[in-house]
Design a protein around this ligand. Structure first.
Ligand SMILES: NC(=O)c1ccc[n+]([C@@H]2O[C@H](COP(=O)([O-])OP(=O)(O)OC[C@H]3O[C@@H](n4cnc5c(N)ncnc54)[C@H](OP(=O)(O)O)[C@@H]3O)[C@@H](O)[C@H]2O)c1
Length: 326
């Protein structure tokens, strides 16, 4: 294990790099094309810097049923690919990265969660624009959200990852008893790393409940698709923030949801902005809670596919695809 001092130096250097990139980013203003936000019970987020750029407030659902509100954030290529070693290559540009992904979608976050494949040694989830740092502070939130990782195998080595080595910032590893046994010896000297292990098919809701007990109300879930799908299938996701770039890129056939029961989604807000490569679309999609009602009450595939059909043909405003809404 490195010394605490050398981790601090590495973390300071990472923060300086992130802050510099965010400050230098050229952010384009968005234009609203659909705004149905008043139809939902949403919390507005924004300030005098972000609202003119985002063309209004950013919105998030509130926590419900004693669980944290989980907000998925994805960027996809024009044809819906999300898999890419570097998601920046998907082509949505600096505005998506700095205003939405590392920006407004994280302002309320008590924790940011990712699947183990998505994190790397230099991963650390936070906001970096000074305006948004101030906004978090004004909301009484700590400088950095907690870092959370979904992993059953727990093969990651905490000695290599910055996120496991910032003592002021809690880390939650959502795993099972097998993962706990594997990880525990490697985190013994890191009391700020908490293993949330639950076995069985209902693990994720119970893990979410434990996060709520630890004071976590809003979770920004940043993918990848397998982690996102597990959260959706567990009935935990309320908002999907989906940015669609104007280019073909990414690994083929890697949509943000890869399960067999895509929930109904409804667009609360749709916005666009221009880049050199074409128009980028941002959608704030709300997961139809009726989807989750069906999941809880009926486990058979027939009822699920009945739900999917209802989503497409019902009131016309729900859909099951990932890029277009009514
Ligand atoms: N376009 C975007 O916005 C975006 C966002 C994020 C990532 N990405 C890209 O997407 C790719 C990664 O996506 P991915 O789907 O392969 O991987 P992923 O979702 O990041 O991670 C998958 C891993 O998460 C863990 N996991 C999944 N479900 C779990 C559950 N219920 N409980 C505990 N752990 C669970 C497992 O870890 P273990 O194997 O450790 O058990 C699994 O192997 C990368 O190319 C990445 O760069 C794109």
């Amino acid at each position: 294990m490195r010394s605490e001092r050398s981790w601090q130096a590495r973390f300071d250097e990472l923060c300086a790099r992130k802050i510099r990139a965010a400050a230098q980013a050229a952010i384009s203003p968005l234009a609203t094309v659909v705004d149905r936000s008043r139809e939902f019970d949403l919390t507005p987020i924004g300030d005098a810097w972000s609202c003119p750029l985002f063309d209004g407030p950013f919105f998030a659902s509130a926590p419900r049923d004693g669980l944290p509100a989980i907000h998925l954030v994805f960027v996809q290529s024009r044809s819906g690919n999300t898999g890419a070693e570097d998601p920046e290559t998907l082509g949505a540009g600096a505005t998506d990265q700095h205003l939405i992904y590392e920006g407004l979608s994280r302002v309320l976050a008590d924790a940011v969660v990712a699947g183990s494949t998505t994190i790397g040694p230099e991963t650390f989830f936070s906001v970096w624009r000074p305006e948004l740092v101030r906004l978090r502070g004004a909301l009484g939130l700590p400088r950095h959200p907690a870092q959370a990782v979904l992993s059953l195998n727990c093969t990651m080595d905490p000695d290599l990852y910055v996120m496991f080595n910032v003592p002021d910032v809690p880390v939650y590893v959502l795993t099972n008893s097998h993962g706990r046994a594997r990880l525990e010896p490697r985190i013994a000297a890191r009391p700020w790393v908490r293993v949330v292990d639950v076995d069985g098919p209902e693990a994720l809701p119970q893990q979410a409940m434990r996060l709520a007990t630890a004071g976590i109300r809003h979770v920004s879930a940043v993918g990848g698709r397998r982690a996102a799908t597990a959260l959706v299938d567990a009935g935990l996701v309320q908002d999907v923030y989906l940015t669609t770039s104007p280019i073909e890129a990414g690994q083929p056939n890697t949509p943000w949801y890869v399960g067999s029961a895509q929930p109904g989604l409804r667009a609360a807000v749709r916005k666009i902005w221009s880049t050199e490569r074409g128009e980028v679309v941002f959608e704030h999609l709300l997961v139809d809670p009726r989807s989750y009602g069906m999941r809880v009450s009926g486990k058979d595939a027939k009822r699920r596919s009945a739900l999917t059909a209802a989503s497409v043909t019902g009131d016309g405003s729900f859909f099951t695809g990932s890029t277009s809404t009514a």
